[in-house]
Design a protein around this ligand. Structure first.
Ligand SMILES: [Zn+2]
Length: 221
């Protein structure tokens, strides 16, 4: 999220486009499509999906709270879209209001995770799926979004517990997908091309955060 409410997200158009691709597959048959393309599209065939369990989290330290399915789109990452980025956000509000916003189908945006001041982490969208958090379709498809409850102009909102919990989460995401722990791959929402959002803002301590992620990444599990 950030200082401005997310405007229309390009992702909304993708659903229709994916349907069109599905239609093309059905109409044209395999003759026009290379075998690997079909393999990549298999999960779009109705009824064929990776098994999912209600309430399952990707990070053991998180508690599941489902976002409205209007705020993300079903995918099969990292098989259909590779994940090579973590996007850091600040909610511009409290933890509870962020959870409510992501549960609201008209909000139009949500992140995979929200970190609270005390270090509690809610997972609201599976990493398999594309969350509408970055306001940029390509970046949404290739990233995991992590929100931090608080305001960009209130440095006191970014507590030790929050930095440490978030860094452990980011370290696990990086380990899972082989994402390098650097500022090319762990970025702020403000750094997403085309964004009008400013989060996490000037008070987010990047040096400290990256040091904590590196420490967590190399610590024995
Ligand atoms: Zn943001």
């Amino acid at each position: 999220m950030g200082q401005r409410k997310a405007s229309k997200d390009g992702d909304r158009k993708v659903g229709r486009r994916a349907l069109l691709i599905g239609g093309t597959v059905a109409a044209a048959g395999s003759a026009l499509l290379a075998r690997d393309e079909l393999a990549r599209l298999w999960w779009r065939v109705p009824g064929v999906e990776k098994p999912r369990k209600d309430g399952e989290v990707d990070y053991a330290g998180a508690r599941w709270v489902a976002a409205s399915d209007a705020n993300w789109r079903r995918a099969d990452r990292p098989d259909d879209y590779g994940i090579d980025m973590v996007v850091i956000h600040v909610t511009q509000g409290g933890f509870d209001s962020a959870v409510k916003a992501f549960q609201n189908p008209s909000h139009g945006a949500a992140s995979h995770y929200i970190v609270r001041k005390d270090g509690h982490i809610a997972q609201m969208i599976r990493e398999l799926d594309v969350a509408y958090h970055a306001g940029n379709r390509d970046y949404n498809e290739r990233s995991v979004g992590i929100e931090h409850a608080g305001f960009v102009d209130r440095p006191q909102d970014f507590t030790d517990e929050m930095y440490e919990a978030s860094a452990r989460l980011t370290a696990r995401v990086c380990a899972r997908y082989g994402i390098p722990v650097d500022r090319e791959h762990i970025i702020g929402h403000v750094e997403v091309p085309g964004t009008d959002h400013t989060d996490p803002g000037p008070h987010w301590d990047w040096d400290r955060y990256m040091r904590l992620v590196r420490e967590a990444r190399t610590a024995p599990a």
